[in-house]
Design a protein around this ligand. Structure first.
Ligand SMILES: [Fe+2]
Ligand SMILES: [Fe+2]
Length: 317
């Protein structure tokens, strides 16, 4: 048996292992938080989220409950109030779901989405962008995202989970880290020469085959199919998209092709200007891939069943 809290702690450890940052950097970050916490007093100290002292993934949190044993998890990409009501309805019909995992963050894990973006300094650096240049594009964007999510109705989903008594956890950057590492290693090994070959390589992965059934398969957004792949960068993890000013720096640093889960119109246009090729691997399929890699580890360790819904496709490896 396992509780959602134990499962979350296990997932955090897994996420750290897959993280583009090294462990020392993550320990430094947690150490800094501890110092900040110790300097707090009054209401700020009382209401501090102590999970932050152990968990570097601010977008991956227990949002309701978590002390009870779970045996059947409903897993989805967006588990919002409508999905929670669906789970409750299924339980009325005898489904027996006792825990919920959402990939996209809700509640305070969405309110602190900006706090994971620092790791993009390391994904950029890993792709060849100097650290100074990477920090210059990541830092201002963190503040932007913080202000962007500030006004969202954050209590809504956790309160729905509480009223329906459905233990709820979000796992966002933890599993995006898995997807990032997997696709990076997979394409390094496959070593496709052209963009067309890269798309074909992705289509050997089961989640991307499933995407064909929903017309959301891997697609070339920028560049000709016969263009050479060259040096690759990956847009799979780190919270959310950076500012488009990153693309000029990436082009100057020798990046030829970006493989992304998805990309906004703004960035597609700027990639065209910078002559960087873009392959969109697919959003729900890539998010499913990351969730699947974590769930394989979870189900190896604990005896829990998984039900797929809300854009999540379970594939076991
Ligand atoms: Fe994701
Ligand atoms: Fe996503």
């Amino acid at each position: 048996m396992v509780t959602l809290k134990e499962l979350h702690a296990f997932a955090v450890e897994q996420g750290i292992e897959q993280d583009p940052r090294d462990r020392k950097q993550i320990e430094r970050l947690l150490e800094k938080r501890k110092e900040e916490y110790e300097s707090l007093d009054g209401v700020r100290e009382d209401r501090f989220d102590e999970d932050r002292l152990e968990n570097p993934f601010d977008d991956s949190k227990i949002l309701y409950g978590g002390d009870e044993d779970v045996s059947k998890l409903a897993v989805g990409i967006d588990m919002e109030p409508p999905e929670l009501l669906l789970v409750d309805r299924l339980n009325e019909q005898g489904e027996g779901i006792d825990g919920v995992i959402t990939h996209h963050p809700e509640g305070r894990s969405l309110a602190r989405l900006h706090a994971v973006m620092g790791l993009q300094v390391d994904t950029l650096h890993g792709a060849g962008v100097p650290v100074s240049q990477a920090e210059a594009v990541v830092r201002p964007r963190v503040r932007d995202v913080k202000q962007g999510v500030h006004g969202i109705n954050h209590p809504r989903t956790p309160k729905t989970a509480e009223l329906l008594d459905l233990p709820l956890v979000s796992m966002h950057t933890i599993t995006d880290n898995f997807a990032h590492q997997f696709v990076k290693e997979y394409l390094d090994e496959k070593d496709p020469y052209t963009l067309n070959e890269l798309v074909d390589a992705l289509l050997e992965v089961e989640e991307y085959q499933w995407a064909l059934e929903h017309d959301m398969e891997p697609a070339i957004f920028v560049g000709d199919g016969e263009n050479r792949v060259g040096n690759l960068a990956f847009d799979f993890t780190g919270g959310t998209e950076l500012d488009k000013s990153r693309l000029e720096k990436m082009a100057q640093s020798g990046i030829d092709t970006i493989v992304a889960m998805h990309m906004s119109k703004d960035q597609i246009k700027e990639s065209e200007n910078q002559n960087i090729n873009v392959v969109a691997a697919g959003h729900m399929s890539s998010d499913s891939l990351g969730m699947n890699l974590l769930l394989d580890e979870v189900q190896n360790e604990f005896d829990v069943d998984v039900m797929e819904l809300s854009g999540f496709k379970r594939v076991e490896r």
